[in-house]
Every structure is written in structure tokens, then in C-alpha cells.
Design a protein around this ligand. Structure first.
Ligand SMILES: [Zn+2]
Length: 124
């Protein structure tokens, strides 16, 4: 469990902790995290926590998308390197670029073809 995930879980459960009580009093003001949108005046870290929470637990997402998002954020997606470690495949080169092994790091941070696809999706 990442530090952000742990903090979000505490906030969502309104854990009896001084920092969580401060967040509830200053930001949430009794609302649920799901119903809250950070303002421009909110701190960078608080906006990132809210973005993370919305990306994973957005109520309009399909549950399989939530699950995949969770797998991605925990580095547990079945990339070819992991499948190779299980003995399921010997092909570990990235299907998109064919230049390096398909690892989580490569797929989401290094693969130029994946980056082009992502930018194309973002820019419409
Ligand atoms: Zn690649």
C-alpha cells in the first residue's frame, strides 16, 4: 500500500488522527472525499491526493477500469516481463515498439510509441 493510498483510506474512514481531523476541518468540512473538489488555493500535495482518489475511485468508472488503475498504480499489471517470470511466455519485448522488454516502467514511462498513443488520445 502506497503512502497516498494509506492517507486516502484514513481520510475516507475519518480516522481519529490529528492530521486527518485537520484535513476534515480545513478542506472537507464534514463532506466525503468523493464529494470534494480541491480549489486553486489548495496545496499541491492535497490536490494530488484528491486526483489520485478520483482516478481510482471515480464512481463513473467501470469497476474493471478501477481495478486496472489499481493494478497500474501498484505495478501489478501483467506486463510481458512478469508473464515471462511466471513462465507463461518467452516473448518479453514490447509489442508497441519492439525495442525493450515490456516492463511497467517501460510501458508507462519510457516507450515512445505508448507516449505517442497517449498524447494522441489526450489531444483528441
Ligand atoms: Zn515500447
Amino acid at each position: 500500500m502506497t503512502a497516498v493510498e494509506k492517507l486516502v483510506r484514513w481520510i475516507a474512514k475519518k480516522k481519529d488522527h490529528l492530521r486527518i481531523q485537520w484535513v476534515d476541518k480545513v478542506y472537507l468540512k464534514g463532506r466525503m472525499l468523493m464529494d470534494y473538489s480541491p480549489t486553486a488555493a489548495s496545496s499541491w500535495s492535497w490536490r494530488k491526493i484528491c486526483e489520485w482518489h478520483r482516478s481510482v475511485w471515480n464512481r463513473f468508472n467501470l469497476s474493471k477500469h478501477n481495478f486496472n488503475q489499481w493494478l497500474i498504480q501498484h505495478g501489478r499489471l501483467l506486463t510481458l516481463d512478469r508473464l515471462g517470470n511466471f513462465g507463461s511466455t518467452q516473448q518479453t519485448l514490447c509489442f508497441l515498439c519492439g525495442e525493450k522488454n515490456e516492463t511497467h516502467q517501460h510501458l508507462f514511462h519510457e516507450c515512445l510509441y505508448a507516449e505517442k498513443c497517449y498524447l494522441s488520445y489526450i489531444n483528441g
